[in-house]
Design a protein. Structure first.
Length: 133
């Protein structure tokens, strides 16, 4: 048999870009989580099947607090695909990867279920901003 008969094509990596929502928690986390819970009640199913990045540039969390936050978000149906602004020492097995060089695209208001019904718009046209007052 010749070498050409068993030659494999070169292994290729391909790049792909995806749009993701960004959640940027603020302190105190308990107030921010309560605001998130209120928003999720108004926009039921908003995050289902949607990738979310957790932006921690405005907060400093211990690893255990970060693990708890991610677990709480996942329990609410928010799938975190990556984390920005975290200390790399706080990430590791079982946690989303550290992301770098994300580009902001601006802030859009959320659209609750009732507004969607009235406007006939779909949820894909909204982005999310939650900030504690």
């Amino acid at each position: 048999m010749s070498n050409t008969a068993h030659a494999r094509p070169p292994f290729r990596f391909r790049g792909r870009s995806f749009m993701a929502f960004v959640l940027a928690p603020e302190l105190p986390l308990s107030h921010w989580m309560a605001e998130l819970a209120n928003q999720l009640r108004r926009s039921e199913g908003f995050f289902i099947g949607r990738p979310v990045v957790l932006d921690l540039t405005r907060v400093t969390l211990a690893k255990s607090d970060l693990e708890d936050l991610i677990a709480d978000l996942q329990a609410r149906g928010v799938q975190i695909i990556g984390v920005e602004g975290a200390d790399p020492c706080c990430l590791g097995p079982g946690l989303p990867p550290l992301l770098r060089a994300g580009r902001p695209t601006g802030v859009l208001e959320t659209i609750d279920s009732e507004s969607r019904k009235r406007r006939g718009s779909d949820v894909g046209r909204a982005a999310v901003q939650f900030s504690a007052a």
